[in-house]
Every structure is written in structure tokens, then in C-alpha cells.
Ligand binder design. Sequence first.
Ligand SMILES: [Zn+2]
Ligand SMILES: [Zn+2]
Length: 416
Amino acid sequence: MEHFVECLGASGEVGRSAFLLQSDKRIMNDYGIKVFDESGLPKYPVHSQIKPEVMILSHGHLDHCGSLPLLYRDSKIQWYGTPPTKDIADILWQDSMKIMGEDIPYEPTHYRKALRQWKPMLYGQTMQIGETQVKTYDAGHIAGSAMVEYDFKDKIFLYTGDFKGEDTYMQKAAKPVKDVDVLMIESTYAKKEHPKRMETEYNFMDEVEMTVEEGGTVLLPAFALGRTQELISIIREHNSEIPVYVDGMGRAITDVYLKYPQYIRDINKFRKDVRSVRMIRSNDDRRNATREPSIIITSAGMMNGGPVLTYLMNLNPKSKIMFTGYCVEGTNGWKLQKHGFVTIDEQDMKVDLPVRYYDFSAHAGRSDILNFIKSANPQKIILVHGDKTQEFAKELVEDFGFDAVAPMIGDRVPIF
Ligand SMILES: [Zn+2]
Ligand SMILES: [Zn+2]
């Protein structure tokens, strides 16, 4: 039998990760959605002739889990994910149905079916799927994020999912994995080095403190999953006084993080930090939050919806908007950073406040990716989840002597 990976998304792009591994079993790795596409419409994994027999979810971000309920329209395969991943996916699916309504091609029945078919997967534990042994490692990206290793006929295939190669407050760095035969690796920042973390933290906090001292509000549009929790911890690491408010879906995700202490690097610090911030629960809370100089952490991270837009309208002139995550072209966050306006209800609105960007990415930077590859020392590298995969493949082949490919969507990459 031929063994291969079929790339159904996130190939030559970021978004809608979906990779079907054919060993003796047909194993779907992730089944995500691309929420923001140039077409203006969400994108789903492309259709495959092959029906998966089982599914493994690396982590709870929508670009990895967002289309999973689609698999439950006409089948009911089991899927595996760590316990936090399952809780996170549950929250994000519900939110997607609420926001996208009829535009999302699955219904509450598929969502409920999907939840019932979940089986827990734990770091370090080996599972047997047919003749294929599956083992997962902490990917250091968000709570519950996993790298998935397949051992089939004594060959090792490793899918990194999204990973981070350095410690954050929330997660421990992913450990290098040795002796991999085929490595399928995310390459979001393969061509970009992140600035030094501590330096970024200090610069960020200087600007935050200055803004608040001068009587302004610091508005932090933040991804609900991972970034909101990390920002709470960064701020409290450096300053225990400034009032911090947390709004949007980040509250529910924070509860998931607290529910699974073994998935957080320093749960005692995080518990203490969370106790010191104020969770916004009503419109009155919202109004009060902008009345005193403070920090407001709220979704959506790219400002396409969520309470962040309400706050934006109520900031005093001494305030600042500080981004800490990537904004896709065309989103409000991108427009605000590039052109100083946002679009609300089809109206363009100019924003006359300083806008900043600090890189607190949860993805491995260029040297982390290179170090990971060198340690794994694979026979073959499959580059996914990046928009410069072709360039990076060329570099790995010509400058580092690896066999590397950058598949496009729909491609089948033979393995072993
Ligand atoms: Zn992710
Ligand atoms: Zn991703």
C-alpha cells in the first residue's frame, strides 16, 4: 500500500489546517477553518476522496479545529484531543455558530455529535490505532497543544501542529524531538525572527505604564485563546497595581485554563494573576472600565467584532491601542495599524489615537524552527502552515542539505 499525506488546507497558506495521513489507517490531522480569506468568505478544507477512520486534533485554535463538526454530517468517527483542547473547541464552535449563523456549514446536531465522539489524548501516552502507534508531546503553543508522532512499521512521522520553542508565562517550550523520519512542520515564521521576549516585555510595560500614568486607557485587542491569559500574566509580572479589565471570550477561555492546572506552566502565579484582574460581566462594568485609567484586554484580537469595538468608541484622547498579535490583511486590526481607520457597519471610522504593535507571538520564530529541524534530523521535511513555504523549502535544500517539500493544497506527499 502507498503511504502518504494528503494536504487539504494550510499548504502554502496559514489557515484551515487539514492533513490526511494514510498509514495502515486513514488518520485526519486537524480540520480547521480559514476565517479571514481574501475572498471575504471563510474557507474550509478541500474535499478528499478518502474518508478518514479517525481524527486527531493538535489544538483548539479555529484554523485547526473550526471545521471538525463538518466531519459529523455523514459519519461519526472518533477524534482525539487533550482535555483542554476539547473544552476550548466546544467554546469556539458555539461561538462560530452564534457569529456565523447559517453561513457555517454545520448545525448544532453535528456539533453535538462531534462532542460525543471525543476521546482524551494525554501527553506522553501511546495509543494504538491499527498498526500505527500514536504518541503526543506538549507543543508549548497554547494550553493542551500537542505535537503528534506516528510510529508505523518502525518509521517515525511527526506532525508539529503549531509550536513554540521558548517558554512563555502560560506554557513551557516544546522540547526538541530526535530521530524523526518524516517531519511535517509549521513554518509560520520560518523567515522571521521574533524580537527578544524580555526586551519586548519591558518596552511594552514602559509604554503601558506611561499611558496609564498620563490618564489614558490602554486597549489591548487580544485573541481570547492564549494571548489574553499571557497578557494578564505579563502585566502582573511587572506591575501589580494597574487596574486590568478582561472582556469577551477570553473570560471563558481563562476558566478552561484554570480548570486544567497541569497544562499551565506556573498555575499558582496564573491563579493569583487572574484573581487580581476584573472580569467584565455587564454594560455597566464596561462603562466603568473606561472611566479610570486602566488596561482593557478584550477580544477580538483582529477587531472584527467583539466588545473591543465598543471600547474603541469610548476611549479618552490620552489612550492608546496596542496590538500584540498578528492581524490578517483586510481586518479592522490591520486597517487600524496601516491606515488609521476601522469599518463598523460598513462605515469607515477614523481613529485619532496612537496605535502600537508588540510581538508576543505564540509561534516558533525562525531559529526555533531551524533548531527543531536540526534536532529531528529528518529524511524528509514537509513544510505547512506558512505563506513562504516554497522559499523556505528551497533554502532548506540548498543551504542546509535537507530534502524538503512545500506542498500545495490537494497535493499528496508520499512518505516512507
Ligand atoms: Zn494555533
Ligand atoms: Zn495555526
